[in-house]
Every structure is written in C-alpha cells, then in structure tokens.
Write a protein that binds this ligand. Structure first.
Ligand code: G16
Length: 542
C-alpha cells in the first residue's frame, strides 16, 4: 500500500488542555499541525496497528477535511477499522457510546465544544480511551511528550472516503464504516427513559423549545423529540449544523442562548426550554420564568433519577467537579449515598463511573451525565428532566421550589474575566496562593474566612494525584468563592470566579441571584485584587 512517511519536527504548544487540544482553526490548518498531533496520539497509545477507532466531530469548519486526514493516517499506521459518523458528524456523547458499544480501542473527536467555529474561530481534537471517556492525564502527558520529540508521521496517499453515504469502505487495508450518527444513540436513550410517557406528555399539550444552536445536537434532538416523541415541528430551533454555528457562540448559557432565555421569561413561554452546545455534551435547562443553574440541575436529577426506568434501582453515588455548588452533596447525604468532589474536567469522573462508585456526575460548566456513556450528555439531561416532569406532573418552577424547601438553596454564579494577558492572570492566582495561610479568620465585607486552600485530588480508584486545581475560600456562613484559570480558552487566559452562598429551606428562596451573592462577591474582589486586571466587570456572568 502507498504509505508515505513524512518528515516533520515538533511544533510548540501542542499541550492538551481540559478537553483535548484547542487552537485557532488556522493554526490547526498549518502544515503538519494536525498530522503531528494525530501521530502523537497514535504513538502515545502504543501505536495504531490492528486497532479500531471511532471518528467524528461537531461539524465545524475543517471537520471533514481533518477527518479525511485522520482516516488516511489511521490506515497508514495499520489501524484495522474506523467507525465514522455520516458527513463526519458525531456528538461527543454519541461517539462515547459508539466506542463502548463496538468495543473499539478509542476514538478521535473533533470539536472545540462551545467555542465558536469557522476559519477565524476555534478548532479542537480530543482522544477518548476504550471506556468511551476522555483520555486521563497519564495518557495526555504521553501525547504531549510525543509532540515534543516527533520526527515523522505516516499517511496514505489515497482518495478521500465518501463520508456522505452510509456503508463500508476499504481504505488501503483498513475498513471504514460510515454510520448514521443518531441511530445507536437514540436506541440507548429509549432504554433509559420512558418514551411512552414522554409521548403522552407531548400529546397532552406539553410544549418545549430546544435550541440546538446550529450545532451537532440538531439531528439528534429532531429525531428524538419531534419524530420519536411527537413534539410539534418547530420544537427544535437552529437544528441544522452549520460550519460556523450560524456565526454564533454555541455555549448553552443565559448569555449565549439569549433568544431562548427571552422566550422562556415571556408571557408566551412554553413549559420547558433547553439548549445544547457545539458537540452536544453541555446543556442548559430553563423552565417558564426560571433558569436552572447547572449545579441545581445536577442536584435535582440526582434526587429524581429513580423516576426514569434506567435508574429505577437507585443511584450509587453522585460526583461533581470542585467549583460546582454543594447542592448535589446535600442530595447524596439525604439518599445515604456517596458524593465525590473532583477537579474540573469530565475525565476525572471516568474511574468513579467505571468502578460503579458514582452513577450521576455533573459540573457547573453545564455538563451532566451518567454511567450510560463516559462523557457529559446534553440531550440525556434534557430527556431525564422531561421524564421527571412527566412523572411528577409538575412545572420546572414547582420542582425547584420543592427541591429548595427540602434541601435549601445554593445561590450560584460564575464570573468570567476573558482573554486576560497570561502574566496578569498568573499574578492574581499567585498572589491568592501566597495569601492562603493568612486568610482564615480574616473578615472581608462582614464575612469571616474559615478555610482557604488550593484543591488537590486523590483519585480513590487508582490513587493518582492532581494538584493545583483551583483556589477555594470558604466563609463561616457557608458561602464560598473559587478562583481557577480556564483550560479551554484559545486566547490569553480566562480567569473564572465561582460564587456560592447557602440559604436554608425556611428563608426566602427566590431572591435575585447576584443580590443574594453580593457580599461574597465583594469579599472575593477584595481578597483577589481583581481590579488590577483593569477590568471593572466580568465579561460573562452566568
Ligand atoms: C471541558 C471539559 C469539562 C470542563 C470544562 C471546563 O468542557 O470537558 O469537563 O468542565 O472543559 O472548562 P474550563 O477549563 O474552560 O473552565 P467542554 O464542554 O469544553 O469539553
């Protein structure tokens, strides 16, 4: 076969972040950039010889071109079989499912998630291992090491594969199967949720709006919500994936999904609203007149999961990332099950899910999921919410009011300072680190600091350690602020300030969030000296 061995040399900065390698699209398109990283992935896993992979992406600009390159490199490296989504499309959770279902050795997922797409926007590539989850740190460290010593890569000199037509093709000695991206994922959802009950819900006049944000979830949401469950046509909006996400920012939060938010806060709001991100792993949940924070959504889903057939036996444990609010811990306590606090990044849930220690996981960054795959799953969260609403016959706002009365409310907000010069962001974090031991006992804006530390994690399954995972400052009244640098940005540094304060069930549970957090916000700004960034307000508040 016509394998070409191309000489290359290391390219600076190919360090996988929170979720794979993310860079400007034009950087990915530079000579050898993609090829070096793909070869480094194959080398880091001990070669691709005889191995099978799933490949697909979120449909952003350069998706199909990059997939053709990956296929030719997989063939040249001796892979035996690659399963690809038709037109190169696979949502991240659907790719995770295909890896698990077909027992492949891993998968390459092309996405920069919620970051904008287009030739002048962002691109990304992540590797998932055979459990279907993101590569853990010991694997990404090997990838990085390979990128720094690479001297050559292998690629086949072959024609492009027809990704538009379902079927099985031969690429040199490798089998390429082009599959429908939705079919197997939908079958999995049908096992987990009561589709008859959901059909009856929509037949009874329940209305929802799902904003696919011109991204990959469109075909999945249309097939499941409209075709299978009978929701009226038009339930799914922005449902056709486009290369630049309709020039939008496919990040499902109140800022970027503003049109949906406005509709849900209006007189004519449907019963339920939801949105998903570029690659379909994040979600936003909103009821008529009420936005549900991702931290609260995790808690509500954990408390009610047993109402869906897939979780009728109950759940083993709940895991959340450290900056996520404590709301889900309260549910776990009451259910008498384990709760886990992990560093940011879905990869840290993998071991807990594999070991059966946690069933449901979630993050403040709009990710929720369960042990059905090894990624967060936007549409799964939407379907579980629908299943809960159908069984409880309650509105979202009533479910939330009931939940807060039982558990109390964790007011929660994240303030993002984006594209800061890296040295300024590092200074802020460095100074916070230096203050940690002096902070306990200090009073800031009437709040007394009780504990201040930098989060480290000891994985209870494999004993691996992760350090430097964000600075936590806890106050005596239960409020907390966390400072952390984003691992997914592609420009400068993004500093995230996560704010939380607790109100017990007998207090006013419908205060304005920013107002309820005003004291802890003031204390956080004072302690961190964020004013030195020259910014007088965060860029994004969610
Ligand atoms: C990725 C990870 C998430 C993580 C998020 C954090 O999300 O998959 O598990 O919570 O990054 O982002 P940051 O480091 O910017 O705070 P995604 O949806 O971008 O893949």
């Amino acid at each position: 076969m016509s394998v070409q061995v191309i000489k290359t040399q290391p390219i600076e900065g190919q360090k996988p972040g929170t979720s794979g390698l993310r860079k400007k699209t034009r950087v990915f398109m530079e000579p050898n950039y993609l090829e070096n990283f793909v070869q480094s992935i194959f080398d880091a896993i001990g070669g691709a010889e005889g191995k099978s992979f799933v490949v697909g992406g979120d449909g952003r600009f350069f998706n199909v071109q990059a997939i053709q390159t990956i296929l030719k490199m997989a063939a040249a490296n001796g892979a035996s079989r690659v399963i690809v989504g038709q037109d190169g499309l696979l949502s991240t959770p659907a790719a995770s499912n295909l890896i698990r279902q077909n027992g492949t050795d891993g998968g390459l997922i092309l996405s920069a998630s919620h970051n904008p797409g287009g030739i002048d926007a962002d691109f990304g590539l992540k590797y998932n291992i055979s459990n279907g989850g993101p590569a853990p740190e010991n694997v990404t460290a090997k990838m990085l090491a390979r990128t720094q010593e690479i001297t050559e890569y292998k690629i086949c000199d072959a024609a492009d594969v027809d990704l538009g037509t379902l079927g099985t093709y031969a690429l040199e000695g490798m089998v390429v199967e082009v599959v429908d991206p939705v079919t197997d994922y939908q079958a999995l959802m049908e096992k987990l949720f009561d589709f008859d009950k959901l059909r009856a819900l929509f037949a009874g006049g329940f209305r929802m709006r799902f904003d696919a944000m011109h991204a990959v979830t469109g075909p999945y949401a249309t097939a499941i919500l409209e075709t299978a469950l009978g929701a009226p046509a038009g339930t799914v909006i922005n449902g056709v994936p486009s290369e630049d996400f309709g020039k939008g920012h496919p990040d499902p939060n109140p800022v970027w999904a503003k049109t949906l938010m406005d509709e849900m806060m209006s007189e004519s709001a449907p019963d339920f609203g939801a949105a998903s991100d570029g690659d379909g792993d994040r979600n936003m949940i909103v009821g008529k007149g009420i936005y549900v924070t991702p931290s609260d959504s995790l808690a509500v889903l954990a408390a009610n999961a047993h109402l869906a057939p897939g979780y009728a036996q109950g759940i083993a444990g709940v895991a959340r990332s450290m900056p996520t609010s404590a709301a889900s811990d309260r549910v776990a306590d009451k259910l008498g099950i384990a709760s886990f606090e992990t560093p940011t990044g879905w990869k840290f849930f993998g071991n807990l899910l594999d070991a059966g220690k946690a069933t449901i996981c979630g993050e403040e960054s709009a990710g929720t999921g369960s042990d059905h795959v090894r990624e967060k799953d936007g549409l799964w969260a939407v379907l579980l919410w629908l299943n809960v609403l159908a069984v409880r016959e309650m509105s979202v706002i009533d479910v939330m009011a009931d939940h807060w009365q039982v558990y109390g409310r964790d007011y929660y907000s994240r303030h993002d300072y984006e594209a800061l010069p890296s040295d300024v962001a590092d200074d802020v974090m460095g100074d916070l680190r230096d203050q940690l031991s002096a902070l306990p006992g200090q009073v800031h804006d009437d709040l007394v600091v009780s504990v201040a530390d930098e989060f480290s994690y000891l994985d209870p399954v494999d004993g691996s350690e992760s350090h430097g995972q964000g600075i936590r400052i806890q106050f005596e009244d239960g409020a907390r602020v966390v400072f952390r640098l984003s691992g997914t940005g592609t420009e400068g540094a993004t500093l995230r300030m996560y704010l939380q304060s607790y109100a017990s069930g007998d207090q006013d549970l419908f205060r304005d969030t920013q107002e309820a957090l005003s004291k802890v916000t003031a204390a956080a700004l004072e302690i961190s000296g964020l004013a030195r960034t020259g910014r007088d307000a965060p860029d994004v508040v969610t």
